[in-house]
Design a protein around this ligand. Sequence first.
Ligand code: SPV
Ligand code: MN
Length: 627
Amino acid sequence: MNPYIDAMRPKLSDSDYKKLCAISIPKVHEFIAKSADLCNAEHIFICSDSQEDKDYIRNQAITTKEEAHLNIKGHTVHFDGYHDQGRDREATKYLVPKRVFLSKALNQIDRQEGLAEVKGTLRDSMTGRTMIARFLSLGPTNSVFTILGLQCTDSWYVAHSEDLLYRSGYKVFTQSSPDTDFLRVLHSSGKLTERMVSEEYNKKRIYIDYMDNTIYSVNTQYAGNSIGFKKLAFRLAIRKANTEGWLAEHMMLMGVHGPGGRKTYFAGAFPSACGKTSTAMLPGETILGDDIAYIREIDSVARAVNVESGIFGIIKDVNPVDDVSIYNVLHEPGEIIFSNVLIKDGKPYWLGMGCELPEDGINFSGKWHKGKKDEAGNEIPAAHKNARYAVTLTALDNCDPELENPQGVELKGIMYGGRDAKAYVPVQQSFDWDHGIIAYGASLETETTFATIGEEGVPEINMMSIQDFISIPLGKNVRNNLDFGKKVEKPPVVFGVNYFLKDKIGNYLNDPKDKHVWVKWMELRVHGEVDAIQTPTGYIPEYEDLRKLFKQVRNKDYTKAEYVAQFSIRVQENMAKIKRVRKFYKKNVTYTPEVVFWVLNQQYERLLNAKEKYGNYISPEKFKELS
Ligand code: SPV
Ligand code: MN
Protein backbone atom coordinates (compact mmCIF):
# COMPACT_ATOMS: atom_id res chain seq x y z
CA MET A 1 0.00 0.00 0.00
CA ASN A 2 1.27 3.44 -0.88
CA PRO A 3 -0.22 6.08 1.43
CA TYR A 4 0.33 8.88 -1.05
CA ILE A 5 -1.37 7.06 -3.91
CA ASP A 6 -4.18 6.10 -1.56
CA ALA A 7 -4.64 9.70 -0.58
CA MET A 8 -4.88 10.72 -4.23
CA ARG A 9 -7.13 7.87 -5.35
CA PRO A 10 -10.44 9.78 -5.07
CA LYS A 11 -9.03 12.53 -7.26
CA LEU A 12 -7.79 10.19 -10.00
CA SER A 13 -9.72 8.53 -12.80
CA ASP A 14 -8.95 4.83 -13.32
CA SER A 15 -6.67 5.57 -16.21
CA ASP A 16 -4.81 8.36 -14.36
CA TYR A 17 -4.43 6.01 -11.40
CA LYS A 18 -2.82 3.43 -13.66
CA LYS A 19 -0.54 6.00 -15.24
CA LEU A 20 0.63 7.09 -11.81
CA CYS A 21 1.15 3.53 -10.56
CA ALA A 22 3.42 2.85 -13.55
CA ILE A 23 5.97 5.14 -11.93
CA SER A 24 7.81 3.59 -9.03
CA ILE A 25 9.53 6.66 -7.62
CA PRO A 26 8.02 7.31 -4.16
CA LYS A 27 9.05 10.97 -4.26
CA VAL A 28 6.89 11.45 -7.36
CA HIS A 29 3.84 10.17 -5.50
CA GLU A 30 4.68 12.24 -2.47
CA PHE A 31 5.12 15.48 -4.41
CA ILE A 32 1.91 15.11 -6.39
CA ALA A 33 -0.09 14.08 -3.34
CA LYS A 34 1.20 16.89 -1.16
CA SER A 35 0.70 19.46 -3.93
CA ALA A 36 -2.87 18.34 -4.61
CA ASP A 37 -3.60 18.39 -0.89
CA LEU A 38 -2.08 21.83 -0.27
CA CYS A 39 -3.84 23.40 -3.24
CA ASN A 40 -7.03 21.40 -2.69
CA ALA A 41 -7.23 20.28 -6.32
CA GLU A 42 -10.48 18.56 -7.18
CA HIS A 43 -8.98 16.23 -9.80
CA ILE A 44 -5.50 15.18 -10.76
CA PHE A 45 -4.65 14.61 -14.40
CA ILE A 46 -1.53 12.56 -15.09
CA CYS A 47 -0.11 13.35 -18.50
CA SER A 48 1.50 10.28 -20.01
CA ASP A 49 2.61 12.18 -23.12
CA SER A 50 0.39 9.96 -25.31
CA GLN A 51 -1.17 11.80 -28.23
CA GLU A 52 -4.51 11.42 -26.50
CA ASP A 53 -3.25 13.13 -23.33
CA LYS A 54 -1.59 15.90 -25.28
CA ASP A 55 -4.78 16.52 -27.27
CA TYR A 56 -6.74 16.59 -24.04
CA ILE A 57 -4.47 19.31 -22.62
CA ARG A 58 -4.70 21.34 -25.82
CA ASN A 59 -8.49 21.09 -25.82
CA GLN A 60 -8.74 21.97 -22.15
CA ALA A 61 -6.70 25.13 -22.75
CA ILE A 62 -9.41 26.17 -25.20
CA THR A 63 -12.39 24.96 -23.14
CA THR A 64 -11.22 26.85 -20.07
CA LYS A 65 -10.54 29.93 -22.28
CA GLU A 66 -6.89 30.14 -21.25
CA GLU A 67 -6.28 30.02 -25.00
CA ALA A 68 -8.42 30.79 -28.03
CA HIS A 69 -8.20 29.46 -31.59
CA LEU A 70 -6.91 31.73 -34.33
CA ASN A 71 -7.71 31.45 -38.04
CA ILE A 72 -4.73 29.33 -39.05
CA LYS A 73 -4.94 25.68 -38.06
CA GLY A 74 -2.98 24.90 -34.91
CA HIS A 75 -2.56 28.54 -33.88
CA THR A 76 -3.88 29.75 -30.54
CA VAL A 77 -3.52 32.88 -28.46
CA HIS A 78 -3.04 33.28 -24.72
CA PHE A 79 -3.03 36.48 -22.66
CA ASP A 80 -1.23 37.14 -19.43
CA GLY A 81 -2.45 39.80 -17.01
CA TYR A 82 -1.65 43.45 -17.63
CA HIS A 83 0.90 43.43 -14.81
CA ASP A 84 2.24 39.98 -15.62
CA GLN A 85 4.11 40.57 -18.86
CA GLY A 86 7.66 39.53 -18.03
CA ARG A 87 9.93 37.81 -15.59
CA ASP A 88 9.45 39.35 -12.20
CA ARG A 89 12.78 39.83 -10.49
CA GLU A 90 11.31 41.27 -7.33
CA ALA A 91 8.84 38.45 -6.75
CA THR A 92 11.47 35.77 -7.45
CA LYS A 93 13.43 34.76 -4.37
CA TYR A 94 15.73 32.03 -3.15
CA LEU A 95 14.72 30.32 0.06
CA VAL A 96 17.90 30.26 2.12
CA PRO A 97 18.49 28.36 5.34
CA LYS A 98 19.31 30.30 8.49
CA ARG A 99 22.81 31.79 8.66
CA VAL A 100 23.32 31.32 4.91
CA PHE A 101 23.65 34.42 2.76
CA LEU A 102 23.88 34.33 -1.02
CA SER A 103 25.54 37.22 -2.84
CA LYS A 104 24.06 40.68 -2.25
CA ALA A 105 22.93 40.83 -5.85
CA LEU A 106 20.58 37.85 -5.27
CA ASN A 107 17.06 38.19 -3.95
CA GLN A 108 16.56 35.92 -0.95
CA ILE A 109 14.29 35.17 1.97
CA ASP A 110 14.60 32.98 5.06
CA ARG A 111 13.59 29.48 3.98
CA GLN A 112 11.09 28.76 6.75
CA GLU A 113 9.49 32.15 6.45
CA GLY A 114 9.34 31.91 2.65
CA LEU A 115 7.93 28.39 2.65
CA ALA A 116 5.21 29.37 5.09
CA GLU A 117 4.38 32.41 2.99
CA VAL A 118 4.27 30.71 -0.41
CA LYS A 119 2.46 27.64 0.87
CA GLY A 120 -0.03 29.96 2.53
CA THR A 121 -0.61 31.65 -0.82
CA LEU A 122 -0.93 28.30 -2.62
CA ARG A 123 -3.33 26.86 -0.02
CA ASP A 124 -6.68 25.98 -1.64
CA SER A 125 -5.65 27.79 -4.84
CA MET A 126 -6.92 24.88 -7.00
CA THR A 127 -10.30 24.45 -5.35
CA GLY A 128 -12.69 23.19 -8.00
CA ARG A 129 -9.86 22.82 -10.53
CA THR A 130 -7.81 20.00 -11.98
CA MET A 131 -4.13 19.77 -11.20
CA ILE A 132 -2.07 18.55 -14.14
CA ALA A 133 1.13 16.55 -13.54
CA ARG A 134 3.66 16.68 -16.38
CA PHE A 135 6.86 14.68 -16.63
CA LEU A 136 9.62 16.20 -18.73
CA SER A 137 13.22 15.75 -19.68
CA LEU A 138 15.65 18.64 -19.71
CA GLY A 139 18.20 17.88 -22.39
CA PRO A 140 17.92 14.83 -24.69
CA THR A 141 16.69 11.69 -22.94
CA ASN A 142 19.05 8.85 -22.02
CA SER A 143 22.01 11.13 -21.99
CA VAL A 144 24.60 12.19 -19.43
CA PHE A 145 23.02 15.64 -19.80
CA THR A 146 19.46 14.56 -18.91
CA ILE A 147 17.77 16.11 -15.89
CA LEU A 148 14.24 14.95 -15.16
CA GLY A 149 11.49 17.30 -14.08
CA LEU A 150 7.96 17.07 -12.76
CA GLN A 151 5.58 20.04 -12.87
CA CYS A 152 2.21 20.24 -11.16
CA THR A 153 0.10 23.12 -12.41
CA ASP A 154 -3.52 24.18 -12.66
CA SER A 155 -2.89 25.99 -15.95
CA TRP A 156 -3.71 24.14 -19.17
CA TYR A 157 -1.81 26.87 -21.02
CA VAL A 158 1.33 26.09 -19.02
CA ALA A 159 0.90 22.36 -19.58
CA HIS A 160 0.30 22.94 -23.29
CA SER A 161 3.34 25.22 -23.63
CA GLU A 162 5.47 22.49 -22.10
CA ASP A 163 4.53 20.23 -25.00
CA LEU A 164 6.04 22.69 -27.40
CA LEU A 165 9.07 23.60 -25.36
CA TYR A 166 10.30 20.41 -23.67
CA ARG A 167 10.93 16.77 -24.33
CA SER A 168 8.45 14.23 -23.04
CA GLY A 169 9.64 12.49 -19.90
CA TYR A 170 6.80 10.23 -18.76
CA LYS A 171 8.28 7.11 -20.31
CA VAL A 172 11.67 7.81 -18.74
CA PHE A 173 10.01 8.24 -15.34
CA THR A 174 8.27 4.87 -15.72
CA GLN A 175 11.62 3.25 -16.54
CA SER A 176 13.53 4.90 -13.71
CA SER A 177 14.52 3.34 -10.41
CA PRO A 178 12.82 4.38 -7.14
CA ASP A 179 15.75 6.55 -6.03
CA THR A 180 15.82 8.67 -9.22
CA ASP A 181 16.35 12.35 -8.63
CA PHE A 182 14.24 14.98 -10.38
CA LEU A 183 13.35 18.69 -10.16
CA ARG A 184 9.89 19.63 -8.91
CA VAL A 185 7.69 22.61 -9.71
CA LEU A 186 4.35 23.52 -8.19
CA HIS A 187 2.48 26.29 -9.97
CA SER A 188 -0.94 27.83 -9.62
CA SER A 189 -2.32 30.79 -11.58
CA GLY A 190 -4.21 31.68 -8.40
CA LYS A 191 -7.47 33.57 -8.52
CA LEU A 192 -8.46 34.28 -12.13
CA THR A 193 -10.37 37.20 -13.64
CA GLU A 194 -13.12 36.58 -16.16
CA ARG A 195 -10.43 36.98 -18.84
CA MET A 196 -8.70 34.00 -17.24
CA VAL A 197 -5.65 35.95 -16.14
CA SER A 198 -4.10 35.92 -12.67
CA GLU A 199 -5.95 38.54 -10.66
CA GLU A 200 -3.80 38.90 -7.55
CA TYR A 201 -0.58 39.99 -9.17
CA ASN A 202 0.37 41.77 -5.97
CA LYS A 203 0.55 38.37 -4.33
CA LYS A 204 2.77 36.90 -7.02
CA ARG A 205 5.44 34.68 -5.48
CA ILE A 206 8.14 32.68 -7.23
CA TYR A 207 10.23 30.95 -4.61
CA ILE A 208 13.10 28.61 -5.25
CA ASP A 209 13.84 26.01 -2.63
CA TYR A 210 17.25 24.70 -3.58
CA MET A 211 17.42 22.60 -0.42
CA ASP A 212 14.64 20.44 -1.81
CA ASN A 213 15.04 21.01 -5.59
CA THR A 214 11.53 22.47 -5.62
CA ILE A 215 10.06 25.63 -7.11
CA TYR A 216 6.83 27.29 -6.06
CA SER A 217 5.11 29.79 -8.34
CA VAL A 218 1.73 31.40 -7.72
CA ASN A 219 -0.47 34.25 -9.00
CA THR A 220 1.32 34.49 -12.32
CA GLN A 221 0.98 32.94 -15.77
CA TYR A 222 3.75 34.60 -17.80
CA ALA A 223 5.75 31.63 -19.04
CA GLY A 224 9.09 32.80 -17.64
CA ASN A 225 7.48 32.76 -14.18
CA SER A 226 5.14 29.79 -14.51
CA ILE A 227 6.78 27.20 -16.76
CA GLY A 228 9.10 25.88 -14.14
CA PHE A 229 11.53 24.35 -16.58
CA LYS A 230 12.42 27.63 -18.16
CA LYS A 231 14.28 29.99 -15.87
CA LEU A 232 13.21 28.45 -12.58
CA ALA A 233 14.67 24.98 -12.98
CA PHE A 234 17.60 26.68 -14.66
CA ARG A 235 18.51 28.18 -11.30
CA LEU A 236 18.54 24.72 -9.75
CA ALA A 237 20.54 23.33 -12.67
CA ILE A 238 23.20 25.98 -12.09
CA ARG A 239 23.60 24.67 -8.54
CA LYS A 240 23.76 21.09 -9.72
CA ALA A 241 26.32 21.99 -12.38
CA ASN A 242 28.33 23.82 -9.73
CA THR A 243 28.65 20.72 -7.56
CA GLU A 244 29.16 18.31 -10.46
CA GLY A 245 31.67 20.35 -12.46
CA TRP A 246 29.82 21.25 -15.64
CA LEU A 247 28.12 24.44 -16.87
CA ALA A 248 24.45 25.43 -17.18
CA GLU A 249 24.28 28.60 -19.28
CA HIS A 250 21.81 31.15 -20.65
CA MET A 251 23.02 30.45 -24.16
CA MET A 252 21.73 29.78 -27.64
CA LEU A 253 23.40 27.08 -29.72
CA MET A 254 23.90 27.22 -33.47
CA GLY A 255 25.71 25.50 -36.30
CA VAL A 256 27.59 28.07 -38.38
CA HIS A 257 28.24 26.93 -41.92
CA GLY A 258 31.74 27.61 -43.17
CA PRO A 259 33.65 27.01 -46.40
CA GLY A 260 33.53 23.55 -47.95
CA GLY A 261 30.29 22.52 -46.23
CA ARG A 262 31.89 22.61 -42.79
CA LYS A 263 29.69 23.25 -39.76
CA THR A 264 31.06 24.79 -36.57
CA TYR A 265 29.02 24.92 -33.38
CA PHE A 266 28.81 28.11 -31.36
CA ALA A 267 27.12 29.00 -28.11
CA GLY A 268 26.05 32.56 -27.41
CA ALA A 269 25.12 34.28 -24.16
CA PHE A 270 23.05 37.43 -24.45
CA PRO A 271 20.68 38.95 -21.88
CA SER A 272 16.99 38.75 -22.80
CA ALA A 273 16.03 40.83 -25.83
CA CYS A 274 19.62 41.45 -26.94
CA GLY A 275 19.71 39.38 -30.12
CA LYS A 276 20.16 35.82 -28.87
CA THR A 277 17.32 34.19 -30.78
CA SER A 278 17.85 36.23 -33.91
CA THR A 279 21.51 35.19 -34.00
CA ALA A 280 20.61 31.52 -33.56
CA MET A 281 18.09 31.84 -36.40
CA LEU A 282 20.31 33.50 -38.97
CA PRO A 283 19.26 32.29 -42.41
CA GLY A 284 21.48 29.63 -43.91
CA GLU A 285 22.73 28.53 -40.47
CA THR A 286 21.14 25.91 -38.25
CA ILE A 287 19.55 26.52 -34.86
CA LEU A 288 20.08 24.01 -32.09
CA GLY A 289 18.72 26.10 -29.22
CA ASP A 290 17.80 29.66 -28.38
CA ASP A 291 17.86 29.98 -24.61
CA ILE A 292 19.49 27.46 -22.27
CA ALA A 293 22.44 25.13 -22.80
CA TYR A 294 24.18 22.54 -20.66
CA ILE A 295 27.89 22.20 -21.41
CA ARG A 296 30.03 19.28 -20.29
CA GLU A 297 33.50 18.01 -20.80
CA ILE A 298 33.28 14.62 -22.51
CA ASP A 299 36.56 12.93 -23.46
CA SER A 300 38.36 16.26 -23.00
CA VAL A 301 36.04 18.01 -25.46
CA ALA A 302 33.47 20.73 -24.64
CA ARG A 303 30.08 19.41 -25.69
CA ALA A 304 26.69 21.10 -25.42
CA VAL A 305 23.00 20.30 -25.61
CA ASN A 306 19.87 22.36 -25.76
CA VAL A 307 17.98 21.95 -22.50
CA GLU A 308 14.73 22.68 -24.32
CA SER A 309 13.24 21.51 -27.60
CA GLY A 310 11.17 24.55 -28.51
CA ILE A 311 11.33 28.32 -28.65
CA PHE A 312 9.52 30.83 -26.48
CA GLY A 313 10.63 33.72 -28.64
CA ILE A 314 10.09 37.45 -28.68
CA ILE A 315 7.80 38.22 -31.60
CA LYS A 316 8.41 41.97 -31.76
CA ASP A 317 10.26 42.92 -34.95
CA VAL A 318 9.85 39.48 -36.54
CA ASN A 319 9.23 40.59 -40.11
CA PRO A 320 9.36 39.04 -43.58
CA VAL A 321 12.60 40.81 -44.51
CA ASP A 322 14.85 40.18 -41.49
CA ASP A 323 13.49 36.88 -40.17
CA VAL A 324 12.18 35.00 -43.17
CA SER A 325 12.13 31.51 -41.78
CA ILE A 326 10.41 32.24 -38.46
CA TYR A 327 8.06 34.73 -40.14
CA ASN A 328 6.97 31.97 -42.48
CA VAL A 329 6.53 29.48 -39.65
CA LEU A 330 4.31 31.98 -37.86
CA HIS A 331 2.07 32.19 -40.93
CA GLU A 332 1.76 28.51 -41.74
CA PRO A 333 -0.47 25.84 -40.21
CA GLY A 334 1.21 24.15 -37.23
CA GLU A 335 1.09 24.24 -33.48
CA ILE A 336 1.93 27.72 -32.17
CA ILE A 337 0.87 29.61 -29.06
CA PHE A 338 0.98 33.38 -29.51
CA SER A 339 0.98 35.40 -26.31
CA ASN A 340 0.20 39.05 -25.64
CA VAL A 341 -0.12 39.99 -29.32
CA LEU A 342 -3.04 41.98 -30.78
CA ILE A 343 -5.88 39.94 -32.20
CA LYS A 344 -8.27 41.21 -34.84
CA ASP A 345 -10.59 38.94 -36.80
CA GLY A 346 -8.71 35.84 -35.68
CA LYS A 347 -5.31 37.13 -36.85
CA PRO A 348 -2.33 37.96 -34.61
CA TYR A 349 -0.45 41.25 -34.99
CA TRP A 350 2.68 42.47 -33.24
CA LEU A 351 4.97 45.46 -33.08
CA GLY A 352 7.49 45.68 -35.90
CA MET A 353 5.88 42.99 -38.05
CA GLY A 354 6.36 45.07 -41.15
CA CYS A 355 2.73 45.98 -41.89
CA GLU A 356 0.08 48.42 -40.67
CA LEU A 357 -1.51 47.32 -37.42
CA PRO A 358 -5.27 47.43 -36.89
CA GLU A 359 -6.58 50.33 -34.81
CA ASP A 360 -8.52 48.09 -32.48
CA GLY A 361 -8.80 44.49 -31.35
CA ILE A 362 -8.08 42.41 -28.26
CA ASN A 363 -4.73 42.66 -26.56
CA PHE A 364 -3.13 42.22 -23.13
CA SER A 365 -5.30 45.04 -21.78
CA GLY A 366 -8.55 43.42 -22.99
CA LYS A 367 -10.61 45.25 -25.61
CA TRP A 368 -8.20 47.72 -27.16
CA HIS A 369 -8.37 50.74 -29.46
CA LYS A 370 -5.65 53.08 -30.57
CA GLY A 371 -5.09 55.76 -27.91
CA LYS A 372 -6.40 53.62 -25.03
CA LYS A 373 -4.71 54.56 -21.76
CA ASP A 374 -3.96 52.51 -18.65
CA GLU A 375 -4.77 53.49 -15.04
CA ALA A 376 -1.54 55.47 -14.84
CA GLY A 377 -2.47 57.45 -17.96
CA ASN A 378 0.08 55.74 -20.22
CA GLU A 379 -0.93 54.89 -23.75
CA ILE A 380 -1.27 51.13 -24.23
CA PRO A 381 0.55 49.84 -27.31
CA ALA A 382 -1.22 47.55 -29.79
CA ALA A 383 0.76 44.58 -28.51
CA HIS A 384 3.18 44.17 -25.63
CA LYS A 385 6.85 44.53 -26.51
CA ASN A 386 7.44 41.20 -24.77
CA ALA A 387 4.70 39.44 -26.77
CA ARG A 388 5.93 35.97 -27.69
CA TYR A 389 5.36 32.82 -29.65
CA ALA A 390 5.92 29.24 -28.54
CA VAL A 391 6.80 26.71 -31.19
CA THR A 392 8.68 23.45 -31.33
CA LEU A 393 12.14 23.67 -32.90
CA THR A 394 11.44 20.89 -35.35
CA ALA A 395 8.82 23.11 -37.01
CA LEU A 396 11.69 25.24 -38.32
CA ASP A 397 13.28 24.27 -41.60
CA ASN A 398 16.68 25.33 -40.22
CA CYS A 399 16.48 23.18 -37.07
CA ASP A 400 19.86 21.54 -36.51
CA PRO A 401 19.80 17.74 -37.00
CA GLU A 402 21.85 17.14 -33.84
CA LEU A 403 19.08 18.35 -31.51
CA GLU A 404 18.54 14.93 -29.96
CA ASN A 405 22.14 13.75 -29.98
CA PRO A 406 22.67 12.42 -26.42
CA GLN A 407 26.37 13.34 -26.70
CA GLY A 408 25.57 16.93 -27.66
CA VAL A 409 27.65 18.83 -30.19
CA GLU A 410 31.27 19.85 -30.01
CA LEU A 411 31.47 23.49 -29.07
CA LYS A 412 34.16 25.40 -30.95
CA GLY A 413 33.21 28.98 -30.11
CA ILE A 414 31.39 31.00 -27.48
CA MET A 415 30.14 34.56 -27.85
CA TYR A 416 29.04 37.04 -25.20
CA GLY A 417 27.05 40.14 -26.05
CA GLY A 418 25.00 42.81 -24.31
CA ARG A 419 23.58 46.26 -25.03
CA ASP A 420 26.73 48.33 -24.91
CA ALA A 421 26.25 51.65 -26.68
CA LYS A 422 29.67 53.03 -25.95
CA ALA A 423 32.61 50.74 -25.41
CA TYR A 424 33.09 47.37 -27.07
CA VAL A 425 33.60 46.97 -30.81
CA PRO A 426 31.01 44.88 -32.73
CA VAL A 427 33.13 41.73 -32.63
CA GLN A 428 36.47 40.78 -31.07
CA GLN A 429 38.26 37.63 -30.07
CA SER A 430 39.80 37.17 -26.66
CA PHE A 431 43.50 36.51 -26.15
CA ASP A 432 42.73 33.24 -24.40
CA TRP A 433 39.99 31.44 -22.44
CA ASP A 434 40.51 33.33 -19.17
CA HIS A 435 40.62 36.69 -20.89
CA GLY A 436 37.39 35.94 -22.77
CA ILE A 437 35.54 34.65 -19.73
CA ILE A 438 36.59 37.67 -17.70
CA ALA A 439 36.67 40.58 -20.15
CA TYR A 440 33.60 39.56 -22.19
CA GLY A 441 31.59 37.14 -20.04
CA ALA A 442 32.06 38.31 -16.48
CA SER A 443 32.19 41.96 -17.62
CA LEU A 444 29.05 41.77 -19.73
CA GLU A 445 27.31 45.13 -19.44
CA THR A 446 23.86 45.77 -20.75
CA GLU A 447 20.66 47.73 -20.24
CA THR A 448 17.47 46.34 -18.77
CA THR A 449 14.85 45.45 -21.37
CA PHE A 450 11.13 44.79 -21.55
CA ALA A 451 11.69 41.07 -20.85
CA THR A 452 11.76 41.79 -17.13
CA ILE A 453 9.21 43.86 -15.24
CA GLY A 454 10.53 47.31 -14.28
CA GLU A 455 12.25 50.27 -15.85
CA GLU A 456 13.87 49.77 -19.27
CA GLY A 457 17.27 51.06 -20.30
CA VAL A 458 18.88 50.94 -16.87
CA PRO A 459 22.58 50.07 -17.28
CA GLU A 460 23.76 47.07 -15.32
CA ILE A 461 26.35 44.32 -15.20
CA ASN A 462 24.78 41.03 -16.23
CA MET A 463 27.49 38.46 -15.70
CA MET A 464 27.50 35.94 -18.58
CA SER A 465 23.87 37.12 -19.11
CA ILE A 466 23.06 34.80 -16.26
CA GLN A 467 22.89 37.32 -13.43
CA ASP A 468 19.14 36.85 -12.90
CA PHE A 469 19.54 33.11 -12.53
CA ILE A 470 22.69 32.56 -10.54
CA SER A 471 22.01 30.60 -7.41
CA ILE A 472 25.55 30.24 -6.10
CA PRO A 473 28.02 32.90 -4.98
CA LEU A 474 28.68 35.03 -8.06
CA GLY A 475 32.44 34.68 -7.78
CA LYS A 476 32.04 30.91 -7.77
CA ASN A 477 30.21 31.15 -11.06
CA VAL A 478 33.18 32.92 -12.63
CA ARG A 479 35.53 30.35 -11.09
CA ASN A 480 33.51 27.47 -12.57
CA ASN A 481 33.72 29.00 -16.03
CA LEU A 482 37.45 29.58 -15.71
CA ASP A 483 38.00 26.02 -14.50
CA PHE A 484 35.96 24.55 -17.32
CA GLY A 485 38.50 25.83 -19.84
CA LYS A 486 41.19 23.80 -18.08
CA LYS A 487 39.23 20.56 -18.28
CA VAL A 488 39.13 20.44 -22.06
CA GLU A 489 42.00 19.99 -24.45
CA LYS A 490 41.05 22.86 -26.71
CA PRO A 491 38.64 25.27 -25.04
CA PRO A 492 36.12 26.96 -27.33
CA VAL A 493 37.40 30.26 -28.74
CA VAL A 494 35.78 33.14 -26.84
CA PHE A 495 34.40 36.21 -28.60
CA GLY A 496 32.77 39.42 -27.45
CA VAL A 497 30.05 40.81 -29.68
CA ASN A 498 28.13 44.05 -29.43
CA TYR A 499 25.17 44.68 -31.73
CA PHE A 500 24.30 47.95 -30.04
CA LEU A 501 27.30 50.24 -30.50
CA LYS A 502 26.26 53.84 -31.19
CA ASP A 503 27.96 56.91 -32.61
CA LYS A 504 28.33 60.18 -30.70
CA ILE A 505 24.84 61.38 -31.57
CA GLY A 506 23.17 58.15 -30.56
CA ASN A 507 22.70 56.33 -33.87
CA TYR A 508 23.42 52.63 -34.06
CA LEU A 509 26.57 51.99 -36.05
CA ASN A 510 25.32 48.68 -37.42
CA ASP A 511 22.29 47.22 -39.03
CA PRO A 512 20.93 44.30 -36.96
CA LYS A 513 21.66 42.00 -39.90
CA ASP A 514 25.37 42.78 -39.76
CA LYS A 515 25.57 40.17 -37.00
CA HIS A 516 25.66 37.56 -39.74
CA VAL A 517 28.98 38.94 -40.92
CA TRP A 518 30.43 38.81 -37.38
CA VAL A 519 29.25 35.21 -37.02
CA LYS A 520 30.93 34.19 -40.28
CA TRP A 521 34.13 35.96 -39.24
CA MET A 522 34.15 34.12 -35.92
CA GLU A 523 33.74 30.83 -37.75
CA LEU A 524 36.78 31.60 -39.90
CA ARG A 525 38.79 32.65 -36.84
CA VAL A 526 38.04 29.38 -35.06
CA HIS A 527 39.68 27.62 -37.99
CA GLY A 528 42.54 30.12 -38.20
CA GLU A 529 41.56 31.13 -41.74
CA VAL A 530 41.70 34.90 -41.34
CA ASP A 531 44.18 37.14 -39.58
CA ALA A 532 43.23 39.60 -36.90
CA ILE A 533 44.58 42.81 -35.40
CA GLN A 534 45.68 42.94 -31.80
CA THR A 535 44.19 45.78 -29.74
CA PRO A 536 44.12 46.39 -25.98
CA THR A 537 40.69 44.74 -25.68
CA GLY A 538 41.12 41.77 -28.04
CA TYR A 539 41.75 40.69 -31.63
CA ILE A 540 39.59 42.56 -34.12
CA PRO A 541 38.88 41.79 -37.81
CA GLU A 542 40.92 43.17 -40.70
CA TYR A 543 39.03 45.49 -43.03
CA GLU A 544 39.65 43.38 -46.14
CA ASP A 545 38.15 40.26 -44.56
CA LEU A 546 35.06 42.09 -43.46
CA ARG A 547 34.72 43.76 -46.86
CA LYS A 548 34.64 40.34 -48.50
CA LEU A 549 32.24 38.92 -45.95
CA PHE A 550 29.87 41.89 -46.21
CA LYS A 551 29.75 41.30 -49.96
CA GLN A 552 29.25 37.54 -49.62
CA VAL A 553 26.82 37.50 -46.75
CA ARG A 554 24.92 40.74 -47.15
CA ASN A 555 25.74 41.77 -50.69
CA LYS A 556 26.82 45.09 -49.27
CA ASP A 557 29.76 47.34 -50.10
CA TYR A 558 31.38 47.85 -46.74
CA THR A 559 33.39 51.03 -46.63
CA LYS A 560 36.60 51.79 -44.80
CA ALA A 561 34.84 54.69 -43.09
CA GLU A 562 32.22 52.33 -41.66
CA TYR A 563 34.93 49.96 -40.51
CA VAL A 564 36.90 52.71 -38.81
CA ALA A 565 33.80 54.07 -37.07
CA GLN A 566 32.82 50.61 -35.80
CA PHE A 567 36.22 49.22 -34.88
CA SER A 568 38.08 52.19 -33.43
CA ILE A 569 39.04 51.53 -29.86
CA ARG A 570 37.30 53.98 -27.57
CA VAL A 571 39.89 54.12 -24.87
CA GLN A 572 38.14 56.36 -22.36
CA GLU A 573 34.91 54.39 -22.59
CA ASN A 574 36.73 51.11 -22.19
CA MET A 575 38.61 52.33 -19.16
CA ALA A 576 35.39 53.60 -17.61
CA LYS A 577 33.83 50.20 -18.26
CA ILE A 578 36.63 48.41 -16.45
CA LYS A 579 36.21 50.73 -13.48
CA ARG A 580 32.49 49.90 -13.30
CA VAL A 581 33.15 46.20 -13.56
CA ARG A 582 35.83 46.27 -10.85
CA LYS A 583 33.50 48.23 -8.59
CA PHE A 584 30.70 45.74 -9.16
CA TYR A 585 32.90 42.80 -8.22
CA LYS A 586 34.33 44.57 -5.18
CA LYS A 587 30.91 45.65 -3.93
CA ASN A 588 28.57 42.79 -4.78
CA VAL A 589 30.56 39.68 -5.36
CA THR A 590 31.95 37.18 -2.92
CA TYR A 591 34.69 34.67 -3.78
CA THR A 592 35.83 36.60 -6.84
CA PRO A 593 38.91 34.78 -8.19
CA GLU A 594 41.99 37.04 -8.03
CA VAL A 595 42.60 36.46 -11.73
CA VAL A 596 39.48 38.52 -12.50
CA PHE A 597 41.10 41.67 -11.15
CA TRP A 598 44.42 40.73 -12.69
CA VAL A 599 42.95 40.36 -16.19
CA LEU A 600 40.93 43.57 -15.82
CA ASN A 601 43.95 45.49 -14.55
CA GLN A 602 46.07 44.23 -17.43
CA GLN A 603 43.45 45.40 -19.88
CA TYR A 604 43.33 48.77 -18.12
CA GLU A 605 47.10 49.08 -18.38
CA ARG A 606 47.04 48.24 -22.09
CA LEU A 607 44.41 50.90 -22.65
CA LEU A 608 46.35 53.46 -20.63
CA ASN A 609 49.52 52.82 -22.62
CA ALA A 610 47.63 53.13 -25.88
CA LYS A 611 46.02 56.34 -24.72
CA GLU A 612 49.34 57.90 -23.84
CA LYS A 613 50.68 57.13 -27.30
CA TYR A 614 47.69 57.54 -29.59
CA GLY A 615 44.93 59.33 -27.71
CA ASN A 616 41.40 58.47 -26.79
CA TYR A 617 39.98 57.24 -29.99
CA ILE A 618 42.29 54.92 -31.90
CA SER A 619 41.67 53.76 -35.43
CA PRO A 620 42.02 50.03 -36.14
CA GLU A 621 44.47 51.05 -38.86
CA LYS A 622 46.82 52.32 -36.18
CA PHE A 623 46.85 48.93 -34.47
CA LYS A 624 47.31 47.22 -37.80
CA GLU A 625 50.45 49.26 -38.41
CA LEU A 626 51.75 48.16 -35.05
CA SER A 627 51.09 44.46 -35.44
C1 SPV B 1 14.20 35.50 -21.04
O1 SPV B 1 13.58 36.48 -20.59
O2 SPV B 1 15.43 35.38 -20.90
C2 SPV B 1 13.49 34.46 -21.78
C3 SPV B 1 12.07 34.36 -21.65
O3 SPV B 1 14.11 33.67 -22.42
S1 SPV B 1 11.62 33.84 -20.10
O4 SPV B 1 12.78 33.46 -19.34
O5 SPV B 1 10.73 32.71 -20.27
O6 SPV B 1 10.93 34.94 -19.48
MN1 MN C 1 16.24 33.73 -21.88
